[in-house]
Design a protein around this ligand. Structure first.
Ligand code: SD4
Length: 328
């Protein structure tokens, strides 16, 4: 009798759970024949070259994870890109410290923060994800790990960045210039032929930051988030503000509620604004941009102030730069 009662209780519970899941499924994005894939999007104008590299993998049916890693390595390795990897602007002590993270379709994550001397922090982040029991390594420990993995130690401070830093030292004023000085993180998210999502984000962070400062870019949930049932999002801009609202996770949760990628990004920007207002933070000094794709391959973006753009590559859109809509 007792066991029958237990069975009945269990089956009622199962039915209840099923009903809940059924309701939840209504909100989840259903992949259908109209799904656009593959697709890759990334932040700012250097997203064009980065997307082209990612596309080489996606068009052959490759994995989104491999595509985003290969894509963001392009600006990382380019000394003329002054906000990512080699040639990135240093911190106020003249040290180039890099932040990066990566996430795949199975919730595997890897991240490095305040990493010096390595041109491709995204690949170190991937090694953290695949070869350690941890998800994040920082500073000296991240460097030690990278060297042990065979990454080469290099000087990332190029003569141009060194000159700019010395110029900055004359006044040592920490006042980022919106859309110019400190906002060129590359964040990239992709959906592959098999319908799997992944993302990567990498940066030298705010120029002339305090040594040891970590922004949103290596923080899963802030600068990047991927949920293979829903979508993927990444961020650029003032990391402190993005971290405060767990920005990219917030974008995903809005998409889960049924909002389009653009609407979800807009709602996250609105949340940033209400958080900034509570602290009397001047909005004119802030820039934040979110980009996102959903499981159907639809894309969207939103930013706080005009001037943020992102690159889109899909079977229909052959690598174009789109201006994100802005609240101001
Ligand atoms: C940071 N979010 O370190 C980065 C900076 C950035 O485009 O996005 N630059 O806060």
């Amino acid at each position: 009798m007792a066991s029958r009662r237990k069975f009945l209780k269990l089956s009622t519970l199962t039915t209840a759970l099923f009903a809940v899941n059924k309701n939840k499924a209504v909100n989840l994005i259903q992949t259908d024949s109209k799904t656009i894939k593959p697709i890759v999007i990334s932040t700012w104008r250097f997203g064009i070259e980065a997307n082209a590299e990612a596309w080489n993998i996606l068009k052959k049916g490759g994995r989104a994870l491999d595509a985003v890693e290969a894509g963001v390595k392009i600006p990382e390795g380019d000394a003329n890109e002054r906000s990512v990897g080699l040639g990135g602007r240093p911190d106020r002590d003249g040290r180039v410290t890099l932040d990066a993270c990566i996430m795949d379709e199975n919730m595997n994550i890897g991240s490095v923060a305040c990493l010096e001397h390595i041109v491709h922090p995204i690949s170190v982040a991937r090694a953290v994800m695949e070869k350690t029991p941890h998800v994040m390594l920082t500073g000296e420990g991240a460097l030690q790990f990278a060297l042990a993995q065979g990454f080469k130690k290099e000087n990332l401070l190029t003569p141009e960045s060194d000159k700019e830093w010395k110029e900055w030292l004359k006044e040592s004023k920490y006042k980022p210039v919106v859309n110019i000085e400190n906002h060129d993180t590359i964040g990239m998210v992709a959906l592959d032929k098999n319908g799997n999502l992944s993302g990567a984000c990498t940066t030298s962070g705010m120029a002339f930051k305090m040594h040891g400062r970590v922004g949103d870019s290596p923080i899963i949930g802030a600068g990047l988030y991927v949920d293979n049932e829903v979508g993927a999002a990444t961020a650029t801009g003032h990391g402190e503000e993005v971290i405060r609202i767990a920005g990219c996770h917030t974008v995903i949760e809005f998409m889960r509620q049924g909002f389009s990628p653009e609407e979800a990004c807009k709602k996250a920007v609105e949340r940033i604004i209400s958080s900034a207002k509570k602290r009397n933070k001047a909005l004119s000094e802030l820039q934040i941009g979110f980009i996102a794709i959903n499981k159907n391959g639809e894309h969207g973006a939103y930013c706080l102030q005009k001037g943020f753009n992102y690159a889109v590559y899909s079977p229909e859109i052959k690598n174009e730069l789109h201006n994100a809509k802005s609240l101001y």
